[in-house]
Design a protein around this ligand. Structure first.
Ligand code: NAD
Ligand code: ZN
Length: 386
């Protein structure tokens, strides 16, 4: 059974649907027809060669069957291609194919494809419709929900972008069958992040799911109906959580510091971003670095006395279930602390940490409240003693 969630955005009074199913790509055109305007004729399907080879033809055919003219534009695979150059090439393609304001972009792939396609749709003719078909766990539960689109540039990662909400998101969890193990682990780190922010229900659901279905042996479960149903439930619960936060703080109001502000979604990201930066964005997948970031945030919160030992253990145990994280050998803690300065969440030069008081009770803490000794001690525990 498919599940449908609705995202209702208070600020812009927009609403769109997220549909979560399995084996649903072949009927995706019918769904797209419901989301898009009746006058939409052309869609540009944006993907990369790897994902298109796996799922592209099925999606293309389904859109064609639903009466759309489908034009395919493939970008190169990898974070480093989420840049101005790819963006310009995409826009050139739209222009050459004479896309009009009633046409649409469809993103088929992970967060890289989704962010680039979404940004291209946001700025072409000052904004045309787009649909998301996320195919990585991270993009299903995180990047496809919330309307943030961006490219990387010389100014930093994701700093040039726009808020542009999709007209709909269709998730076929079956696409995760082909996702490489490390990408799954990275996605589960973000799932643990969301579940720890959300509360005991989602946190325990995530823990139980990971105990039953280790990312290491994920593929073999796809013939099991119970697994598929639990996977869909987990993805849906993650999306519901993120959608609720986004709905209340669509554009991430910088002055908000409450437990429902969009900022809290950066839990685990201060250390995560620093780890990515000091290793030249090569050693860790983003989600893997966030995995360490969650552990570090847990230690810091415990060391400043706001997060209890038992809760810290539960958090560490769940991260222990996501799969192997890359080694942290030869990473200098001093360098990580220096890298915090560059974190884009620094507001007016004050770094804000997202910590937990309890599972489900995030708290934004100013960096001044955390001594360098506590940072060193916490990072040492997480990075040097594993
Ligand atoms: N917009 C947001 O709110 C937001 C939130 C979080 C992350 N992001 C962005 O998302 C990006 C990361 O996304 P990601 O983790 O999905 O990485 P990704 O898009 O690079 O995908 C990871 C790899 O998996 C491959 N792949 C995708 N689907 C597959 C499938 N079903 N089977 C086999 N291989 C598949 C891709 O080709 C790629 O090689 C980053 O650029 C990050 O900045 C955006
Ligand atoms: Zn992240």
């Amino acid at each position: 059974m498919n599940q449908t969630l609705s995202v209702k955005l208070k600020e812009t009074a927009r609403e769109y649907e997220i549909e979560i199913g399995h084996d649903s790509l072949k009927t995706i055109g019918v769904w797209a027809r419901r989301c898009l305007s009746k006058s939409t004729k052309k869609v540009v399907l944006i993907s990369n060669a790897k994902v298109f080879r796996l799922y592209g033809e099925a999606v293309k055919k389904s859109f064609e069957d639903a009466g759309f003219e489908v034009l395919v534009w493939l970008m190169k695979d990898g974070e480093r291609h989420k840049n101005f150059r790819s963006l310009e090439t995409a826009l050139k393609f739209f222009s050459e194919k004479k896309l009009t304001r009633t046409d649409s972009v469809v993103a088929l792939g992970g967060g890289v494809v989704g962010d680039l396609a979404g940004f291209a749709a946001a700025i072409y003719l000052r904004g045309i419709a787009f649909l998301q078909i996320p195919t990585t766990l991270l993009s299903m539960i995180d990047s496809s929900v919330g309307g943030k689109t961006a490219v990387n540039s010389a100014f930093g990662k994701n700093l040039i972008g726009a808020f542009h909400q999709p007209k709909g998101v269709l998730i076929d969890v079956e696409t995760l069958k082909t996702l490489p193990r490390r990408e799954l682990t990275a996605g589960f780190c973000e799932a643990v992040k969301q579940s720890a922010l959300s509360g005991a229900d989602l946190f325990n659901q995530t823990a139980r799911f990971l105990e039953n279905y280790s990312p290491k042996f994920f593929k073999k479960h796809f013939s099991d109906e119970k697994f598929l149903s639990e996977l869909k439930n987990l993805v849906a619960a993650n999306i519901a959580f993120k959608a609720e936060i986004v709905a209340g703080d669509e554009q991430e109001n910088v002055s908000r510091t409450d437990a429902k502000s969009r900022k809290i979604l950066n839990f685990g990201h201060t250390v995560g971003h620093a780890l990515e930066k000091v290793t030249g964005y090569k050693r860790f997948k983003h989600g893997e670095a966030v995995g360490y970031g969650i552990l570090a945030a847990g230690e810091i919160a415990n060391n400043i006395g706001i997060f209890g030992k038992n809760e810290l253990k539960s958090l560490n145990d769940v991260i222990g279930l996501v799969g192997k994280l890359p080694s942290t050998d030869n990473i200098e803690i001093k360098e990580i602390i220096e890298a915090f300065e560059f974190d884009k969440k620094s507001i007016d030069k004050t770094l804000q940490w997202i910590l937990l008081r309890e599972i489900g009770k995030p708290e934004i803490v100013n960096n001044e409240k955390i001594s360098t000794e506590i940072l060193q001690k916490s990072l040492n525990k997480v990075l040097k003693s594993r």
